[in-house]
Each structure stands twice: as structure tokens, then as C-alpha cells.
Design a protein around this ligand. Structure first.
Ligand SMILES: O=C(O)CCC(=O)C(=O)O
Ligand SMILES: [Fe+2]
Length: 322
């Protein structure tokens, strides 16, 4: 079952990635997400304006321009405000997140799950390692106290490297898609074809996140993945990837989701997943957006009261990081 051809599945297995053009209908599947996020941005602008952190609501600007202005004026990239996940440390009772109905609908999208089913089988769990990424143009992005852009390129990594060891033997599948056209200039994803055959490589903590030292890549070349609205990229959990800086004038806006066969560890036990599709037990599927939002709300409230521990296995003392 599933919607992918045998050739597409073979390409995923051999190369560690599969780009499916036009899997989504942009108007039907993506525009509702954009509409929903307009409301989220409107709320953020309202809150910042009330606190005197921005001089105007900028309500007349289109989404991307408004986001850029709000970030610039407040001197902060408010990524967590939009994300449907939580930080890996210092979660507080008022840590913001957005787990709205249009996001939930995308995670349960039939066309998407039909393709996922071809790659990991019919019992599909929505793994909670997931993000919305709105990467502003680098030159307009506020910097942190070290002088680094608060949200820029993504270091070279494997998704297996950013979860805990319990997920090493699982079939976690990464699903990446843009909400807006994403070219090389926008800082699209870049992948190393066939790298999933090399096993898990060492990752090192860096100022911008976990990264694989360049010397471990053995001179192999990355393949940029510019994508149109509606395109979806599937990645094996060991496929090496990264993303460039955004040198365009527009926000680069993407979702990355993960799925695994039901019952396998997610590699992020603190966070809540859900049954997205089960042919065996359809009654276990989560179908209520509000219930999903509630899972994240309960998780946030609980995590605010405990010490979370480590989210990955790596440390700077590893000789590979020298
Ligand atoms: O979008 C990016 O810049 C990085 C995304 C990524 O690493 C992922 O989806 O696993
Ligand atoms: Fe990744």
C-alpha cells in the first residue's frame, strides 16, 4: 500500500532521499497553514506592541515582511513563538508554542501519509521531533550577544544524531517541505546522497547547534535541494544534510516533520507524539487538533517542573571534535 512507485522507494533506499514534486496541492494543503500563521504573527505583534518593544503593529505588511520588521524592531527572532515543539532546556509555564489545527491537518494529510506509508509501512506514528522554520534574510536577522545571527544556516548533521540512542535502530523518517518557494538563495536544504550508508557519524556541539566535523565527510559533495510549493523531501535518518544562509530578501519558511512505525522509540521521550495512521487499529488515530494541542500544553506544564536531562549523546571532549 502507499502511493509511491517502486522506483521512488528504491531511490529512497539507495540514495537516502526522495524528492516528490507536487505532492501537496499548494492552495488546498499549504495556504490554510499560512492563513493560520498570519493570526499567530498578529498575536505576537500585539503582545510586543503592548510591551513597547515595537513601534507599530505593522499590520499592513504581507506576512514575510511583517515578520522581518517585528524581529528587527524587537531585536529578537521569536522562533519559539511559532514552533510546534518545545525548547530542549528551560521550559517555563509560559513558554510559547503553536500547535494549531492547520498544522495538525498537515501532519495528518492523506497525500502525505500515503507516501509515508510506502516508506515505513501502514502503522504510522507522528514523531515529536518537528519544527517550523522561518529563516529571515541573513542581513536583516538580529544577532545574539556573541554577534551570531539568531537564526541562520543549519550545520551539517544527521537527524539520527540529534535524538537519543534509543532511536538508533528505528525507521524515523524525516519529511521536509517549504511553505514558500525555496531556492539556493533562500538557504534551501542540501543533502549528501548515499551518506546514509556510512552509519552514524560523530557530531560536535557548536555555537549554532550539533554539527559533523568537515573532515568526517571525506570530500563528498552536497546536493542542493531547491523546492517549489507542494514539493516534499523525504530523508533517511542517517542522510547527512544542512542548510545554507538565507541571502535572499524573503523569509525561507519550511516545516520538518518525522514519522516512525508505531511502537518504536521516538528518540525524544519527553515530547508527545501520536498515532497518525493505523490500518490495524484505526480507532487509535488521533483526529482532534485540540487533543494534540493539549498534549503539548500538558508536556510544557510538566517539563516546567522537572530537570529534563540530555537530548543527545555528544560532547565537545570527543577527539573527533578537536
Ligand atoms: O531546514 C533546515 O534548515 C534544517 C532542517 C533539518 O535539519 C531537518 O529537517 O532535519
Ligand atoms: Fe535535520
Amino acid at each position: 500500500m502507499g502511493s509511491l512507485t517502486r522506483e521512488q522507494v528504491a531511490q529512497f533506499e539507495e540514495e537516502g532521499y526522495l524528492l516528490v514534486g507536487g505532492l501537496f496541492d499548494p492552495a488546498e494543503d499549504l495556504d490554510p497553514i499560512i492563513e493560520e500563521y498570519k493570526g499567530v504573527l498578529d498575536r505576537l505583534a500585539g503582545e510586543l506592541y503592548a510591551k513597547g518593544e515595537i513601534s507599530s503593529l505593522h499590520g499592513d505588511l504581507p506576512f514575510g515582511e511583517r515578520l522581518i520588521r517585528v524581529y528587527q524592531e524587537s531585536g529578537k527572532v521569536h522562533a519559539q513563538y511559532f514552533d510546534f515543539s518545545l525548547p530542549q532546556a528551560d521550559v517555563k509555564p509560559d513558554t510559547p508554542f503553536w500547535a494549531g489545527p492547520a498544522v495538525f491537518a498537515a501532519m495528518r494529510n492523506k497525500r502525505l501519509l500515503d507516501a509515508v506509508e510506502s516508506l515505513i509501512g501502514p502503522e504510522v506514528y507522528s514523531n515529536p521531533v518537528q519544527h517550523v522554520r522561518m529563516k529571515p534574510p541573513e542581513r536583516l536577522t538580529p544577532k545574539d550577544e556573541k554577534g551570531l545571527v539568531q537564526l541562520g544556516k543549519t550545520p551539517v548533521h544527521q537527524d539520527n544524531g540529534v535524538v537519543t540512542e534509543d532511536a538508533d535502530k528505528t525507521q524515523i523518517l524525516t519529511v521536509w517541505f517549504p511553505l514558500t518557494r525555496t531556492t539556493v538563495k533562500h538557504g534551501c536544504l542540501s543533502i549528501w546522497p548515499g551518506s546514509h550508508r556510512k552509519g552514524l557519524l560523530d557530531h560536535c556541539p557548536t555555537d549554532i547547534g550539533l554539527g559533523i566535523p568537515g573532515k568526517l565527510l571525506g570530500g563528498s559533495k552536497a546536493l542542493p535541494m531547491p523546492m517549489e510549493r507542494g514539493d516534499v523531501l523525504f530523508l533517511h535518518k542517517l542522510t547527512v544534510h544542512a542548510s545554507f544562509s538565507n541571502t535572499s530578501d524573503e523569509v525561507r519558511w519550511s516545516f520538518d516533520l518525522r514519522y516512525n512505525p508505531i511502537g518504536q522509540p521516538t528518540g525524544r521521550t519527553h515530547f508527545p507524539g501520536f498515532v497518525a495512521r493505523s490500518r490495524q487499529h484505526p480507532e487509535t488515530e488521533l483526529r482532534e487538533a485540540a487533543a494534540w494541542e493539549g498534549l503539548w500544553r500538558d508536556t510544557r506544564d510538566h517539563l516546567a517542573t522537572i530537570e529534563m536531562g540530555k537530548f543527545n549523546r555528544w560532547n565537545k571532549e570527543n577527539p573527533a571534535c578537536a
